[in-house]
Design a protein around this ligand. Structure first.
Ligand code: ANZ
Ligand code: ZN
Length: 817
């Protein structure tokens, strides 16, 4: 019988489909594991990144199922979003049709990998039932004040009449039509994630050791908590007059008040009201005006990427401690929505201020003495040190100086201690069709009114024209016209839809809810409380910030709405590395894509799964390698062949270890070493590659001996260890040999690890003179004899007065003369 992967894989996949053995059990007294790989976007075909993601998840799920856990291992599709609309524009196919055809196709591809997903809990986020509950959350959040509407500056394409995400702006132009993108104020809905900033930050501590530290620090930086001093700088009287006495000064925020004596200029964001007033009063020359306008038209991201730039505004403030006249500039690196949109600039100790000062020849005053002697004049020194040239705080450490300046300003009522966050509220409005409609109705009399919950979902109309210009919902002839839920008068629907991150922020909790209740409630508490948290979440590092932060926020917000219980959604996180080919990310444009289907059709799913888990530890990048794929295939063939010489049996043969020869003992040692490895791999290190390597060594060792019992036991154990990774071949062989029986927990046998020989040290008068391997079988007299031979040159012609043997360790000889 030869190994025919395509035949056996099809057989097992059909069997699994029918048996329903991957459905989670409703018995909530069982120990559980919730294993989740991030759900895919239905782009059309699965790629190697998916294969990697789902092979890892499936290995966990199958492992824990075999360990007797009740396992939830669901799959679904993140099926709203832009690409469906782009396909509609390009290929004139309805987004819904495109999406659901892709889902069908990808489901077949996933099935061909033999993944042990629950079928019952499958979902697509574009399903109206999903939208219904999602809209109910939006309304609950709206009523609680967690959602609000405001106008904000967005990237806008005049030609396409649409908002663009930062990622869709290329060199200041629309990615689709190439038109210049402008910054425009537009009203939209925002989620108050900032209400949870402190909790989101503090709870990162509970994830230490369970999430990759890189992800934790990226989230910490994104939340960006910092504290310092906010104080007012006063304009001199001449400058106040210039501004028609509309301003006496402006506030700045600094995290380094200890550097205040090093201020040589101040800078405002181009959006600052003082800048606007100077422009309105026509107090700036044309060059300056043009430069400011150019910066205003850039998105924050573009400004960040540009060289430091700005203009002097012709006005001055007085330094609050020295009374010096300090020039006021506008600068492109000052964010309008952080702190107070203005800074005191200390070029000696802040790199951005330094670059700006160098460009415009502004003074650089050192006020902190570095603790490290090698000062570098080509950049700012932002380290803490000792204050110098700073009368109020000379000789104090930066920490103490900072406190002293803050107290000084607070005492004199000139400023206050403040905490700032970089985290911004989450804008969720998109001017798109293929998304969940924001369930709000605009009434002339009542304002923005949430839709009645009985009327949910507010579903998308099917008959839309998608041209890429403007919002199809807004242009639909009838859809938006409705009655006000509050007063009943004519009103219009909100035509924006929600950001797709809204959908991916709660799908994991939906899976956890018993599917039999999906019609009746968002979550049924009993099953959600049983299944949550996700015990192991697996996905790409590209989701380190947005998705994982939004999901954490939703967990907390839905908890506070009484819908969920836990504080955090994902107990453990594994971020898988990218799949590369020839060192580059697989991509259509580079032409280096390997299609999973082609590998599966040629070698079978087990080879694809084995290769992808063997080629690298899951957290690391993986470089595709055709010959290693071949190698994986050959290993499975060897496993198949060796299994043919095992005994068909319904129990593991008992083996008298002491009666085995050297090769047989070695084979058992290797098999049990692999068994030992398995526990660590699934619970701690996730280095599936080392487990596979151990199984390969074990198979080689089994091949080097011919004891049927040793072979049978070894094959039984290897099939058990590899089943989570290559399930088809293992199930087939296990059925053939053992009728797929479970022979109980595999115990690690100590006798196997007893070695045949040991290392013996030989000392003469306490000094180590030799060390050598010696067989277990040797008796004490022979041991001493052999030891003496090893050290003959140190004991020649000497009298041995004592011979001490410490079992399996040491022989010490005491000599005289
Ligand atoms: C003077 C200073 C001296 C600063 C020094 C830093 C180092 P984090 O830590 O990110 O909160 N800043 C304040 N508001 C800003 C804005 N709207 N746009 C750009 N930069 C702004 O950063 C706080 C520091 O960033 C503040 O402290 C301020 O520069 C700058 F040796 O003030 B600092
Ligand atoms: Zn009304």
């Amino acid at each position: 019988m030869a190994y025919e992967p395509l035949k056996i894989e099809k057989k097992w996949q059909e069997k699994w489909q029918e048996s329903g053995e991957f459905e989670p059990k409703d018995d909530y007294t069982l120990p559980k594991k919730y294993i989740l790989s991030m759900f895919p976007y239905p782009s059309g075909r699965i790629h190697m990144g998916h294969v990697r993601n789902y092979s890892i998840g499936d290995a966990f799920a199958r492992y824990y199922r075999n360990q007797g856990y009740n396992v939830l291992h669901p799959i679904g599709f993140d099926s709203f979003g832009m690409p469906a609309e782009n396909a509609a524009i390009k290929h004139k196919i309805h987004p819904k049709k495109w999406t659901y055809e892709n889902i069908d196709y990808m489901k077949k591809e996933l099935a061909s990998l033999g993944l042990s997903f629950s079928k019952n809990r499958e979902l697509a986020t574009s399903d109206p039932l999903y939208t219904k509950w999602e809209q109910s959350f939006f309304i609950k959040m709206f009523e609680k004040g967690l959602v609000y509407r405001k106008s904000a500056i967005v990237n806008w394409c005049e030609h396409d009449q649409t908002v663009l995400a930062n990622e869709q702006v290329e060199d200041g132009c629309c990615w689709r039509c190439g038109n210049q993108v402008i910054q425009k104020e537009l009203p939209g809905y925002y989620l108050k994630i900032t209400d949870y900033a402190d909790e989101l930050l503090d709870d990162l501590k509970t994830l230490e050791g369970k999430w990759p530290s890189q992800v934790l620090s990226m989230q910490e930086n994104w939340i960006g908590k910092s504290y310092g001093l906010e104080f007012k700088l006063f304009l001199d009287s001449e400058s106040q007059k210039k501004l028609n006495n509309k301003f006496d000064g402006f506030s700045v925020f600094t995290t380094r008040p200890d550097t205040i004596y090093g201020v040589s200029y101040t800078a405002l964001s181009p959006e600052h009201p003082i800048v606007k007033t100077l422009l309105d009063l026509n107090l700036l020359d044309d060059d300056k005006k043009a430069k400011i306008k150019a910066i205003l038209n850039q998105s924050p991201r573009e400004r960040q990427a540009s060289e430091k730039d700005g203009v002097f505004l012709g006005i001055y403030v007085n330094h609050p401690l020295t009374d010096e006249k300090i020039p006021v500039w506008v600068a492109n690196f000052i964010l309008s929505d952080y702190g107070s949109g203005a800074i005191m600039a200390v070029p000696a100790h802040d790199q951005r201020d330094f670059e700006f000062a160098n460009k415009f020849n502004l003074a650089i005053k050192t006020v902190v003495k570095s603790l490290d002697e090698n000062c570098d004049n080509t950049k700012a020194n932002s380290d803490y040190g000792i204050s110098i040239n700073s009368p109020l705080i000379n000789d104090l450490s930066s920490e103490k100086a900072k406190e002293k300046i803050i107290s000084y300003f607070e005492d004199k009522n000139l400023g206050k201690r403040v905490t700032n966050f970089k985290l911004r509220d989450w804008g969720i409005s998109r001017q798109r069709y293929w998304g969940a409609p924001i369930p709000v109705v605009h009434c002339k009399d009542c304002g923005a009114v949430p839709e009645n919950t009985q009327n949910l979902p507010v579903a998308l109309p099917d008959d839309v024209e998608i041209t890429g210009e403007g919002n199809p919902l807004d242009k639909h002839p009838t859809w938006k016209f409705t009655k006000c839920p509050k007063c009943g008068k004519d009103a219009v629907r909100e035509t924006d839809t929600m950001d797709t991150f809204f959908q991916s922020s709660w799908y994991f909790a939906r899976y956890a809810s018993d599917h039999k209740t999906w019609e009746d409630c968002a979550f049924d508490k009993q099953s959600v409380d049983y299944w949550m948290n996700v015990d192991q979440y697996i996905g790409g590092i590209e989701h380190a910030i947005l998705h994982l932060l939004y999901a954490r926020f939703f967990q907390k917000a839905l908890r506070d709405l009484g819908l969920l219980s836990n504080d955090e959604p994902f107990s453990n996180l594994l971020t898988q590395g990218m799949v590369l080919k020839d060192g580059a990310k697989m991509s259509k444009s580079k032409g280096n894509v390997v299609d999973p289907d082609s590998i599966i059709n040629k070698y079978g799913a087990d080879t694809a799964r084995l290769f992808i888990l063997f080629a690298a530890p899951p957290q690391k990048e993986l470089d595709w390698n055709d010959s290693a794929v071949e190698g994986s295939y050959r290993f499975l063939n060897r496993l198949w062949e060796k299994s043919m010489s095992a005994i068909k049996t319904d129990k593991i043969p008992s083996i008298d270890h002491t009666s085995l020869n050297k090769e047989e003992k070695y084979a058992r040692l290797k098999v049990y070493e692999a068994l030992k490895k398995s526990k660590d791999v699934f619970n701690e290190s996730f280095t599936f590659n080392t487990l596979i390597a151990a199984c390969m060594e074990a198979l080689n060792a089994l091949n080097a001996q011919s004891n049927e019992k040793v072979t049978t036991e070894g094959i039984y154990i290897i099939l058990n260890l590899l089943e989570p990774i290559v399930p088809h071949i293992c199930c087939e062989l296990s059925e053939e040999l053992f009728r797929r029986a479970n022979f109980g927990e595999l115990k690690i046998l100590d006798e196997v690890f007893v070695k045949d020989s040991f290392k013996l040290a030989v000392t003469v008068n306490g000094k180590k003179r030799a060390e050598f391997e010696i067989s277990n079988e040797t008796n004490e007299a022979d041991i001493i004899k052999l030891a003496k031979e090893q050290v003959s040159k140190w004991i020649e012609n000497k009298e041995i007065i004592k011979e001490i043997y410490i079992k399996e360790k040491l022989v010490n000889l005491v000599v005289k003369g």
